[in-house]
Design a protein around this ligand. Structure first.
Ligand code: GNR
Ligand code: NI
Length: 181
């Protein structure tokens, strides 16, 4: 199976609000597996369905060193938060940029797992940052929205330029079809 493609800022599809998953069935488990694969391949520590153009409330995260502790959160909601924490954030949809963002330090999250069972978890540090970052994606929000508009515009311009350059390279490498007279 091919890797899922990750949308990049300023793609308007990243602004879509995700809908809750109604039934955790085989298709959802499949999507979670494919998102995990795309996250590890990137490599990233989290991925939201929004980033692969699926507008359902599903995120995968893995902040472990050995990349062997994936967590799937379906229809996640933050029940409580404690403290504040500033960390440097990056995003697979905003490649190459890292900027400081303020988040809650500790969060309590309620969600449904890959098997369809509800669970609650507490997270702190990088895991808490990552879950908050992924949950923002589900609301169509990106970490660049917390930056000054000047910085956001600068990032937007640089990424658009890169994306256009990539597109033109694809066209060059496309073989010219032999034409019938
Ligand atoms: O891989 C990722 N690293 C990261 C680092 C700091 C704060 C948040 C993140 S999430 C990001 C993957 C991603 O874009 N998920 O949406
Ligand atoms: Ni992201």
């Amino acid at each position: 199976m091919a890797l899922l493609e990750i949308l990049e800022f300023p793609d308007p599809r990243l602004r879509t609000t995700a809908k809750p998953v109604k039934n955790v069935d085989g298709k959802i488990a499949d999507l979670a597996d494919q998102m995990q694969e795309a996250m590890y391949a990137a490599p990233g520590i989290g991925l939201a369905a929004t980033q692969v153009n699926v507008h359902l409330e599903l995120i995968v995260v893995d902040v472990s060193e050995d990349k062997d502790s994936p967590i799937v959160l379906i229809n996640p909601s933050i029940i409580s938060t404690e403290g504040e924490f500033e960390s440097s954030e990056g995003c697979l949809s905003v490649p190459g940029f890292f900027e400081p963002v303020n988040r809650a330090e500790i969060i309590s999250v309620e969600a449904i797992n890959r098997a369809g069972d509800p669970f609650t978890m507490e997270a702190s540090g990088l895991l808490a940052v990552c879950i908050q970052h992924e949950m923002d994606h589900l609301k169509g929000k990106l970490f660049v929205d917390y930056l000054s508009s000047t910085k956001r515009q600068m990032i937007r311009k640089k990424l658009l330029k890169q994306q256009k350059q990539r597109l033109s390279l694809i066209h060059i490498s496309e073989p010219t079809r032999p034409r019938l007279i």
